[in-house]
Every structure is written in C-alpha cells, then in structure tokens.
Design a protein around this ligand. Structure first.
Ligand code: MN
Length: 272
C-alpha cells in the first residue's frame, strides 16, 4: 500500500516512530505542481532544510547556514533522506528522544521550476540542477551543484539576477510563513500553552464547551476623533464579512452576524 507507492521513503520512516512524533509519514496525497519548502530546524544544531518535490517525494538537503541571496555565495547543502510530500505542511515540535528532535518552522514555501529542459531527476543524478524559485522569501534563479568527488555534499548558490541582494534573509525574516512564529517561539509553545492551562485551573475557569453562537461580535464604535497608543496597531479597513470562528479539535464552525452557520461557504478558511 503506502510503502509500495514510495519505497524511497523507507529510510525516512525507519528513523521515526509514528506513535511518538507528529511528523507525517507519507503516502497521502499526490501533488500537482512542484513544491519547494525551506524548513528552519532547531535540532542538535540549528540548520535549514531545502526540499524540492520530485518523483513523488521531497528531495532534501540540510543547509547549515541557510540559503544566501548574495550572488554566487556558496552555502553547503548536505543531501539527506527523501521526505514525504506532506512534510511541506509540517511545523511543530519533534519530541525529545526522536530523530531530529527540536522545533521546526516553515521558513519559506512556494513552487519551483527546473530551468533546464529534461528530467530534473536525471540532472540531479548528474550532480547539477538549476532552479527558479517562487517563494515568499526566496525568488529567482539558483544552482544546486554536487561537489567534485563527493556524494552527499552539494553547494547551493544564488545566480546574479534581480532577486539577488546583499542581504541575509535568514536574519531579516526569521519567522515562519505559516504561523508567523520564530523557531524559538515554536519551541516554547507547548510550555506556554501548559502555563496558560495551569493558570486557568488556578482561576477555577469553568470547563465546558463554548458555543460561538451566543458570543458578541466585535464591532466598530464611533469616536470623536482619531487617537494613537502604543498598545494599538492600525490597519486599512477593507470591506468584508464579520465571522465568529470556533474550533473543537478538528471541527470548525463559522457563524455570520445574524447567527446563521456559514461554515460551508468558506472551505479555504476551514481547512486553514
Ligand atoms: Mn532537518
């Protein structure tokens, strides 16, 4: 079944126990276009993982210093085991004692296209792949080239083009493109959540299901004149629909202002 579809993932699966880590195990979905993702992974040593969708899996490289957008600046990229396609959606904390234990965020994600004609798998086998990346942070042309006489050591470098810059994007944009969290915030999330639960217990908060149906909407109120304050953030008000959203485990419900359930109208919101 699943294993026969992607035997390339056996080394990945052998290193992980599905009972003990929230990471995906593969075999679920077939993706249409070519995904790329860059994880930031605070394992024993902090590194970035570049993953490219190819041959039904994510071909993966660990990049200790992360990608550089400075033209021709070489960054070591160590070829590691293939990962399942769904790994592109994964961020969270791999519990202690598991392979790669530590916090992981989706530092960048998008799609890519091979620059040269022909099968990218063959180009990879030959040791050189040119890519164009269309991510939130990484764009433009890149080269992945295997080092001479090496098997696993590759170099990742940015071609000189409009997307190249004298900047360190890993420092400028440390957050996840999914959650907006840094890898440190992701790491501290379970403790933060546990602290919050402990406080609620101490405050003797009632433990029951809360329906959003009877909760008041946050509505705009008229004021005499505009104001400013350090606890406030201001943004342009776009026209839209006010919705109350609730989630209980995997069950999501959306309610409109007049109280009717409108969950079915926004499937994208529900899956997000
Ligand atoms: Mn990693």
């Amino acid at each position: 079944m699943i294993k026969q579809q992607t035997p390339q993932l056996d080394p990945y699966r052998k290193k992980r126990d599905p009972e003990r880590t929230p990471e995906p195990f593969g075999g679920g979905r077939v993706a249409g276009r070519r995904l790329f993702v860059v994880h930031k992974h605070a394992a024993r040593s902090l590194h970035y993982d570049l993953r490219l969708e190819m041959d039904g899996v994510l071909k993966s490289w660990a990049v200790p210093k992360g990608p550089s957008v400075r033209p021709e600046e070489k960054r070591l990229a160590v070829h590691v085991e293939d990962h399942p396609i769904e790994y592109a959606d994964f961020e969270g904390v791999i519990p202690p004692g598991n392979y790669g234990a530590g916090a992981v965020i989706v530092w960048d994600r998008g799609w890519y296209r091979p620059v040269k004609e022909g099968d990218p798998l063959e180009q990879l086998a030959k040791g050189k792949l040119e890519l164009e990346l269309f991510g939130f942070k990484l764009r433009g042309r890149w080269t992945l080239a295997r080092m001479a006489k090496k098997e696993k050591e590759w170099l990742l470098l940015k071609k000189a083009d409009a997307a190249a810059a004298d900047a360190e994007l890993t420092e400028r944009y440390p957050q996840s493109v999914f959650s907006g969290l840094t890898v440190e915030e992701m790491r501290d999330l379970p403790a933060k959540r546990a602290g919050l639960v402990a406080r609620l217990h101490a405050l003797k908060a009632p433990r029951r299901d809360l329906s959003p149906r009877n909760q008041p909407f946050m509505l705009a109120t008229l004021a005499e004149r505009p104001f400013s304050g350090k606890d406030w953030l201001f943004e342009v008000k776009y026209d839209g629909v006010r919705v109350l959203a609730s989630r209980q485990e995997e069950a999501v419900e959306l309610y409109g202002r007049s109280g009717q359930m409108i969950t079915g109208r926004y499937p994208d919101l529900v899956s997000a």
